[in-house]
Design a protein around this ligand. Structure first.
Ligand code: ADP
Ligand code: ZN
Ligand code: ZN
Length: 829
């Protein structure tokens, strides 16, 4: 027996299967999808079995043997191996990268795996002599020992590992060891920052940064994280603790937030006529087994989630499994509660804020068949189910479904592919569908990509005839003319006061990306930039630390300009902090919860803040994009958008789409229950179509106008894009290599007869733009250049790029230039 193995080596030359002999005792265990250790170049490396064959493709006498089997139950299923192959072609990444993307992080570790007895009540599945033997030792054995001792029970052991009668140690080990974490606190009471800093030598810059970071966060943080962020060693953080400036304690790490919670069971609601219609279409698609994709375009509050729940029920009734993808940020207890409430323990939740061990536990519930519904962010699309009936992607327009590091896959597209393999139905749900999906579903002439739906299911009305909230647009230029220099318009100010008086709640959204958080000299215009990246440092007000958000570099903020010595330095705080201060000034006594990257860094902080708001411990929830998503609070009757159009003017062809989506989403947060809602949007561009259409909740007009623009400018969905970024420490070499790469690509396209500007109107055309310097022209001390490939028609652009890359990544041209390929990029900024 021969196993074909993809070995985990990140080099392109080795990105192909290697043959290994399977030793006698392992034969019954090895399957396609097994993870193994194999000898490779003098070491034993991890790999995945992608095929099992009778004969080797090379001389049998020279074959090496598989050294060990790493998991008793293969972590991947055969269809996922096929999917990984497709992904590496499609997204120009190595096969091993796409395989690694599919397994939980806890499996990637190298630690030894042992077997223990599982649940007491299922032990009678096991032969009594095996149970006795296990109990006679310390209860733990290595898998190969167990097999050697009871070769005749191989099948039983295998089944027991799936059913839980036998358990794998790794998760037990996590439970025992990973829980205690060294955690750093500020002492109580803490000295004011200046006095604390006075006790640290000015030469101990990193210690000072560590201290400032602690003051900035004002929350406990792990020692490891603090050391990482400040660049200080663990020893120097401990030195701060010895001075009494910080406190270090062992703390039990947070647990699964849902573990001890009881979820009230909910019953299916009788569907409205509109819901029934959509439900029927989804059921049809599930049953015909064609792997069809549909776009459910339903306004906020139209009852999409109830349709999802009942469609999932139908799927489970047929003994098939369901995957639900939601954006990470909407994976709130509110969302989880609705699924757990309906399906109880059949639901596994894959949340990035869980520890590796916790996530592994959830993953094993899926792999062992204990859970039939997986709900999670992007990577939950790889839930190892054997018979998928339904895949739901909620808020399908969200850019977080695209992974930004290799493999740069789009979960929507992977979902469509997986659904085809399983004959499952895919439902893309959104109140503001991406233009790609909308254009494809409504069969316009646009280019179908990625994961194009073929049918449109509309739900244009809210359940129970509740009206869409009234949206008022305030022209901030008028406010200025009327002498109002505050960041709140008179209307919003008044509306906030009304809510305070009535004891109702408000949500305030600040469009984060428009607000500057940097340091600038008013005498010479110098801005503080990262020494390793071509990017401004971000100023954190509370700690007075400057930080680079790309490489993590941190330094203390200067009191005078490093360029000209002037003391007229101007600090721009983060937008939300400024709004918070202004609120405190204008509305004394108002209780505000601020939710942004600074206040939600801690595990479960996001959930905690939302719970406090839900318990009405605050009058206002103030935040960035993260307050716009999926929240549903009955006492919220006002939504204010402080600067609607700051994202409109970004040099990104999706700027209008992003703005429209954001405004529509956030407006949907108001008045979802008995109390009527009101929305106030403040803007400097009240006439822009993204704003006027959002005001009228008019997706149809928005998409028509936006598609017209895209078609005129030659952007998706009227073409598709590939972005190739190249980087190197040396500028001249980078410039010449990227020039050669572009030439190579053009030659290949020419050869296929497709090289032509898109403006020629040919049905199949491809053009190469660049190379030019990337918008962030240097990152982590490497210069960056990029090429954008635009194409239309049936062209396998990824294959062209892979071919053009070959001489630069494995051939004679290899000179240390790193290439990164992004197929269908979300941003070409
Ligand atoms: P969406 O996901 O489209 O925003 P939801 O599923 O959250 O909408 O539904 C909005 C509200 O309407 C929820 O409070 C939900 O419980 C309620 N609802 C949904 N479907 C029905 C129904 N068929 N009958 C009564 N209430 C419903
Ligand atoms: Zn200056
Ligand atoms: Zn940097």
């Amino acid at each position: 027996m021969i196993a074909r193995v993809i070995v985990d080596v990140p080099s392109r030359q080795t990105d192909r299967p290697f043959d290994y002999e399977v030793p006698e005792g392992m034969a019954g265990w090895l399957e396609v999808g097994s993870r193994v250790g194999v000898p490779f170049g003098g070491r034993v490396l991890q790999g995945f079995v992608i095929e099992i064959a009778d004969s080797a493709s090379v001389d049998r006498t020279r074959l090496k043997s598989v050294a060990e089997l790493l998991d008793p139950v293969p972590p991947l299923l055969p269809d996922m191996i096929e999917l990984s192959r497709w992904m590496s072609d499609k997204y120009c990444c190595s096969w091993t990268q796409s395989l690694q993307a599919m397994i939980p992080a806890a499996l990637k570790g190298k630690e030894e795996r042992q077997i223990a007895l599982g649940d007491e009540e299922s032990l009678d599945e096991l032969p009594p002599e095996l149970v006795d033997w296990m109990r006679s030792g310390d209860g733990l054995v290595k898998l190969d020992k167990l097999i050697a001792r009871f070769p005749e029970h191989l099948r039983t052991v295998k089944l027991a590992l799936r059913s839980g009668a036998l358990a794998q140690l790794s998760s037990i080990k996590d439970r025992l060891s990973v829980r205690q974490v060294l955690t750093v606190f500020l002492p109580e009471p803490a000295l004011p920052l200046e006095e604390a800093l006075a006790q640290v030598s000015t030469r101990a810059a990193k210690q000072r940064v560590a201290l400032m970071l602690m003051y900035e966060r004002a929350e406990a943080t792990t020692l490891q994280e603090l050391a990482q962020q400040s660049g200080a060693s663990a020893a120097s953080v401990k030195a701060l603790a010895e001075k009494g400036l910080l406190v270090i304690r062992e703390v039990e790490k947070g647990r699964d937030p849902y573990k001890d919670r009881q979820f009230a069971r909910t019953k299916p609601l009788p569907l409205t006529e509109g819901q029934q219609e959509v439900f029927g279409r989804i059921v049809d698609a599930m049953e015909d087994g064609q792997g069809r994709t549909m776009l459910l375009h339903g306004v906020t509050g139209s009852g999409k989630t109830e349709v999802y729940l009942q469609a999932i029920q139908h799927c489970l009734d047929q003994a098939r499994q369901a995957i639900v993808l939601v954006p990470e940020i909407s994976l709130t207890p509110q969302m989880v509660e609705r699924f757990k409430g309906r399906f109880g323990n059949a639901v596994a939740v894959l949340h990035s804020r869980l520890s590796n061990g916790e996530r592994f536990d959830e993953w094993r519930k899926i792999r062992s068949g204990k859970a039939q519904v997986a709900i999670g962010a992007r990577s939950a699309i790889f839930a190892p189910f054997e018979r998928i009936g339904l895949i739901i992607i909620d808020e399908e327009h969200e850019s977080s479904y695209k992974q930004e590091e290799s493999p740069k896959y789009h979960a929507r597209e992977v979902a469509v592919r997986r659904a085809k393999q399983h004959g499952a139905a895919v439902v893309l749900g959104s109140a503001t569908p991406s233009l790609e999906s909308f254009a494809a579903a409504s069969r316009s002439a646009a280019q179908a990509a990625p994961g194009a739906p073929s049918a449109l299911l509309p739900m244009p009305h809210r359940v129970g005839g509740r009206p869409m909230p009234e949206v008022e647009v305030v022209d901030m230029r008028e406010e200025l003319r009327a002498g109002n220099r505050s960041m709140f318009s008179r209307r919003l100010h008044e509306a906030l006061l009304e809510r305070l008086e009535r004891g109702e709640q408000s949500v305030l959204l600040l469009n984060r990306r428009g607000y500057s958080t940097f340091v600038m000299c008013r005498s010479c215009g110098h801005t503080a930039t990262c020494p390793h990246c071509d990017i401004s440092l971000t100023f954190h007000q509370k700690s007075r630390v400057l930080r680079c958000h790309y490489c993590g570099h941190a330094e203390g903020a200067p009191a005078s300009c490093p360029a000209c010595g002037s003391e007229h330095i101007r600090y721009f705080g983060t937008g939300t902090q400024r709004v918070e201060e202004e609120l405190a000034k204008l509305f004394p006594g108002m209780r505000v919860i601020r939710m942004d990257v600074d206040t939600t860094g801690e595990k479960h902080a996001h959930e905690r803040l939302l719970k406090r708001f839900g318990d009405r411990e605050a009058d206002v929830l103030l935040g960035t994009q993260m307050v716009a998503k999926g929240l549903d609070f009955p006492y919220v009757t006002l939504v204010g958008v402080i600067a609607a159009d700051t994202s409109l003017h970004l040099p990104d062809f999706r700027a209008a789409e992003k703005t429209f989506q954001l405004l529509t989403q956030v407006a949907g947060r108001a008045g979802r229950h008995e109390l009527e809602g009101e929305v106030v949007i403040q803007t400097y561009s009240p006439e822009h179509y993204a704003i006027t259409t959002a005001q009228r909740h008019d997706y149809a007009s928005f998409s028509a106008e936006e598609l017209r623009h895209r078609s005129m400018m030659g952007y998706p969905p009227y073409c598709r894009l590939v972005l190739v970024t190249m980087s190197h420490e040396g500028l001249p070499l980078l410039a010449s290599v990227s020039e050669q790469f572009a030439m190579e690509l053009k030659e290949l396209a020419q050869h296929q007869g497709v090289l032509a500007p898109l403006s020629t109107g040919l049905a199949r055309a491809l053009e190469v733009l660049g190379p030019v310097a990337s918008p962030i022209s240097r990152m982590k001390d490497r210069y960056r250049f990029q090429c954008v490939i635009k194409y239309r028609g049936s062209i396998d652009a990824a294959a062209l790029v892979r071919q053009a890359l070959r001489p630069f990544t494995e051939g004679s041209q290899q000179k240390g230039v790193l290439f990164s390929v992004d197929v269908d990029p979300q941003m070409i900024l």
